[in-house]
Ligand binder design. Structure first.
Ligand SMILES: [Fe+2]
Length: 307
């Protein structure tokens, strides 16, 4: 129906906004707005918010995608079960259409939310490669602290029927498959990594993955950081604060990101990642074995992953 341009934010519900805010600051976000009933956190890029928490019992509510135009909001409002185009009564404003995916998660398609000035990013250094020395005369002196989060990059949802879900996301938002994971026979595809279709423009290897896992809910929500130094500094910072680690640091196979997974105080899993693969609409989909889905190119493997 339409082609969305990126993932915008994840929407959570939690009983203690102070606790969530404290964690997210340590995770590398900055408060954008706070009301009596909700918390809006941003990264260093210009999005007004990339993480929303509404006050209430612990629950993952859903995600949002950016529409390319207001016209596209009117198009997607024609989808079965969609809300009309409505004003967003939240900080940042804008308009949205609300849908519910086949697994029951709320999906906001948004347009016109206010953007903010970008924020400075600590520890931006030029990396010297063995074959290409670009940092000449400058010393590496990294400041300890949270890894500044730039943007929201992808979501993994645990659902009963991933193929039904991914078909729905592709049909409504123009997502296209990057890697389709099969078990046994190549035609026995279980689930897939899906990316945004921005034509010739390069985008992240995946924005959405729905996997057959229980209980139904968030697998994780992932946020991009500057580079491998940020991943490690962020890891050390979160560890020093006593937060619960999930998995990492390692380098994925599908998408190739350098990753590190943590749990927030409400047991929602969030990821820092950097240096992922970029594809455009010309890159064909691959069929790959599900056995490698959680394997790594280096670093801690799936055996250390807390569920
Ligand atoms: Fe991820």
């Amino acid at each position: 129906m339409i082609k969305v341009t990126d993932i915008a934010y994840g929407r959570f519900q939690a009983p203690d906004l102070d606790l969530m805010e404290k964690f997210l600051i340590d995770f590398g976000m900055v408060r954008s707005a706070r009301t009596d009933t909700a918390l809006y956190m941003r990264g260093t890029d210009s999005a007004h918010h990339i993480h929303v928490t509404e006050l209430g019992e612990r629950k993952f509510l859903g995600i949002a995608f950016y529409a390319a135009s207001e016209e596209d909001l009117h198009k997607i409002a024609q989808a079965e079960g969609a809300s009309p185009v409505e004003n967003i009564g939240e900080p940042g404003g804008g308009k949205r259409v609300r849908l519910t995916d086949p697994a029951g998660f709320q999906v906001d398609v948004v347009y016109g939310i206010e953007t903010l000035d970008t924020l400075p990013v600590a520890n931006q250094i030029t990396l010297n490669r063995g074959s290409d020395h670009r940092r000449k005369g400058d010393l590496v002196r990294l400041e300890k602290g949270p890894a500044p989060v730039k943007r929201c990059g992808h979501v993994v949802l645990n659902v009963d029927e991933p193929r039904v879900c991914e078909d729905w996301y592709r049909a409504h938002f123009g997502l296209i498959p990057s890697d389709e994971l099969y078990e046994g026979d190549e035609d026995n595809v279980l689930f897939s990594f899906n990316r945004i279709d921005r034509g010739k423009e390069y985008v992240d290897h995946h924005v959405l993955l729905t996997v057959p896992r229980t209980p139904k809910g968030l697998g994780h929500l992932a946020f991009e950081v500057e580079d491998i130094n940020a991943v490690y500094l962020g890891h050390e910072w979160l560890k020093s604060k006593g937060y619960k680690h999930s998995w990492g640091i390692g380098r994925h196979i599908y998408g190739s990101q350098i990753f590190d997974y943590w749990y927030d105080p409400f047991d929602f899993r969030v990821e820092h990642w950097t240096d992922g693969d970029l594809l455009n609409a010309d890159t064909p989909a691959n069929r790959v074995s599900v056995e490698n889905a959680l394997q790594v190119q280096w670093g801690t493997g799936p055996e250390s992953r807390l569920e």
